[in-house]
Write a protein that binds this ligand. Structure first.
Ligand code: ADP
Length: 230
């Protein structure tokens, strides 16, 4: 049966080249990827295959050389920078391998920040930030600065920040790559629970096959194209 809904994220015929001196590196050569509402997808591919490039294009951080990125069926290539930024701020959350928290701000302030940039009143932002951090098991850590948190706690704050504006799409680039296996499991469990309860659509780059196995779908990048695994 045909899908009745638009994919949340649809990369259509996406090409991206880099130039190195006289040589052209064809990283993506017409890649296609449709991710459906609530689906979680692992992107597993060797280093240099183009995973970060694809994630940045999907997150509207980078323009493809050709092709189109649809968010909820809406084409984005022709949008101006302001409209892209607005779409990214409201629809897309990012979690990176390094937490990139602001060191001089507390956990709760780091999670309030994107909401206040979006224009939410401080009190409302604080309430949502506290709820999210509580949900992620950090109720006792609200006023800690990043340096006063463990690696796993820092990454949970980064996850809370990524979903602070209630995005529909979560893009994660090896979110547990810097953590020891035990902490990695713990953080990944918290992430999965949040993704399920908020019905988020997730694209996660990972080298961890156990994590990949727990996603709805696994894809790779082969010869500049997205290919299904399994
Ligand atoms: P992955 O995330 O799978 O390791 P990337 O998407 O980071 O791969 O990079 C894919 C390839 O493109 C790599 O060979 C990388 O060196 C190259 N590359 C990435 N960004 C640039 C850039 N700005 N200029 C030139 N080459 C780049």
């Amino acid at each position: 049966m045909a899908e009745r809904e638009d994919p949340v994220l649809f990369l259509h015929n996406v090409a991206r080249h880099y130039w190195q001196g006289d040589a052209t590196l064809d990283i993506l050569k017409g890649a296609e990827l449709a991710i459906w509402p609530g689906q979680s997808v692992a992107l597993v591919a060797p280093s240099g295959a183009g995973k970060s490039t694809l994630l940045h294009i999907a997150g509207l951080l980078e323009h493809p050389d050709s092709g189109e990125v649809y968010i909820h069926g809406m084409p984005t290539a022709a949008l101006g920078d302001d409209a892209r930024t607005r779409l990214r701020r409201t629809q897309i959350g990012f979690v990176y391998q390094a937490h990139h928290l602001l060191p001089e701000f507390s956990a709760i302030e780091n999670v309030m920040m994107p909401q206040m940039i979006r224009g939410l009143p401080k009190q409302q932002a604080a309430r949502r930030a506290a709820e999210l951090l509580d949900y992620l098991g950090l109720r006792e850590r609200l006023s800690h600065r990043p340096a006063e948190l463990s690696g796993g706690e820092q990454q949970r704050v980064a996850i809370a920040r990524a979903v602070a504006n209630a995005p529909r799409i979560l893009l994660a680039d090896e979110p547990t790559g810097n953590l020891d296996p035990h902490t990695s499991d713990h953080v990944f469990d918290a992430l999965s629970q949040l993704v399920r309860s908020a019905k988020l659509t997730m694209l996660i780059v990972t080298h961890n096959m156990e994590i990949a196995a727990r996603m709805d779908r696994r894809v790779t990048i082969r010869d500049g194209m997205v290919a299904e695994l399994d």
